[in-house]
Write a protein that binds this ligand. Structure first.
Ligand code: ASP
Ligand code: MG
Length: 419
């Protein structure tokens, strides 16, 4: 017997028929004698609708009320799943975040989980009742409903798995695992059997939308193994979980030590969420970078990539950096306001850029990975506008018109193409 957390995303609970299908996955595990906590998202599209309504009500609004509204989508699906399970003769009940309770801080809209104390919820799940938990939500010290940011049900699932000391955390979604790249643009992308937490973290924060970044951070800290798998496979054809084994379906997100064959590069990610800002003719003297990035930090704008060109004459240089595209207007305003302190001739913003990243833990022990990347892109005539690296990734900024070409080129370059 194992203790399982099973999480189902919005497309898996899109309507009552889909929820019935989810119930069959749960039944398979219950029939095998497993204990289950199930986390559900809101029906696909529902959270967007709820957010739209809060904006329609008032553009600027109390974020505590925003949370109260947007958390309601998960209330519906958790109740419906409990009803269907009961109808199948399975003992179950629904739990809202505050009932579990999932205790959080008060950062409404992106609250962080602080504690899931031992409680009736834990006892009942251990006693064999299926606990259906509304994802994405918790309760603050001020006794208000909080939510965890978009995609936050993944984090609910991992936190519950840690609190219950679950044997597995299965994240059911509409794809059958984590791929080497986005299958929509790379036809030869392959499903990975295993991926390390660190690689998954980079993939998630660099554009792969399978798991919320925060859930991966939490899994890494608490050593929760996550199996990403599809809810659209026939529920009765999958093997129920048994102790110490992992079903072949999907991708296991786990510790690096559990991955025997380490690739140099495991995946290619891309994100169009970044915008480029260039300051022309900035004085080449000490303190300039501080005068640019200080005010941006004060305005809570995150800067990602930075490139400072060498000046020809030793007096002036151009400075280029990237921010999230939805911060672009604010960034230009902040830079313009600081114009007299910084001193520059012009500021330009553009959104027609894409950040492409290669990710792999094997990079740590291999030289020349970046050089090979730059060479391959140069051969295709792709100009690199900015670069950042970490121990396990290299990211480049290029013209967005070359997204497909760059991603496909790199996918082949690092031998990731399916046969
Ligand atoms: N329903 C929430 C959202 O759409 C949370 C989730 O699906 O994980 O962001
Ligand atoms: Mg999701």
């Amino acid at each position: 017997m194992v203790l399982l957390v099973m999480k189902f995303g919005g497309t898996s609970v899109a309507d009552v028929d889909h929820i019935r299908n989810v119930a069959r996955h749960v039944k398979r595990e219950v029939d095998a004698g497993n204990q289950c906590a199930v986390v559900v998202s809101a029906m696909a599209g529902q959270t967007n609708q709820l957010i739209e309504w809060t904006r329609e009500a008032a553009r600027l609004h109390d974020t505590r009320e925003y949370d109260s509204v947007v958390a309601s989508g998960e209330q519906v699906t958790s109740g419906l799943l409990a009803i269907i399970l009961q109808d199948m003769g399975i003992s179950s009940r629904s739990w809202l975040g505050w009932q579990v309770p999932i205790k959080t801080d008060s950062a409404h809209g992106s609250a962080r989980i602080q504690e899931i104390p031992n409680s009736q919820f834990v006892d009942r799940v251990r006693g064999g009742e299926v606990g259906v938990v509304a994802g994405f939500q918790g309760i603050s010290e001020e006794n208000r409903i909080t939510t965890f940011g978009r995609g936050g049900s993944d984090t609910s699932a991992v936190a519950l798995a840690a609190a219950l000391n679950a044997d597995r955390c299965d994240i059911y979604t509409d794809v059958d695992g984590v791929y080497t790249s986005d299958p929509r643009i790379v036809q030869k992308a392959q499903r990975l059997d295993r991926i390390s937490y660190e690689e998954m973290l980079e993939m998630a924060s660099l554009g792969a939308k399978v798991l919320q970044t925060r859930s991966v951070e939490m899994a890494m800290v608490h050593n929760v193994r996550i199996q990403v798998r599809s809810s659209f496979e026939n529920p009765e054809e999958l093997e129920p979980a048994t102790e110490g084994t992992w079903t072949g379906s999907g991708t296991l997100v786990c510790d690096e030590d559990e991955i025997v064959e380490k690739q140099i590069v495991s995946g290619i990610a891309y994100t169009k969420d970044e915008a480029k800002v260039t300051l022309l003719k900035v004085a080449d003297k000490p303190g300039v970078a501080a005068s640019v990035f200080g005010p941006l930090a004060d305005a809570s704008i995150n800067v990602d990539m930075i490139v400072q060109n060498v000046s020809d004459d030793g007096n002036y240089t151009d400075l280029t950096f990237t921010v999230m595209s939805n911060d672009l207007d604010k960034t230009i305003k902040v830079i313009e306001a600081a114009r007299s302190e910084i001193g520059y001739s012009d500021v330009k913003g553009s959104t027609d850029v894409v950040k492409v990243s290669i990710i792999g833990v094997g990079m740590r022990s291999h030289a020349g990975v970046a050089a090979k990347m730059f060479q391959a892109l140069a051969e295709k005539g792709i100009n690199i506008q900015a670069i950042t690296t970490s121990e396990i990734k290299v990211s480049i900024l290029i013209d967005s018109a070359y997204t497909e070409l760059a991603v496909r080129t790199l996918h082949s370059l690092y031998d990731l193409d399916a046969e």
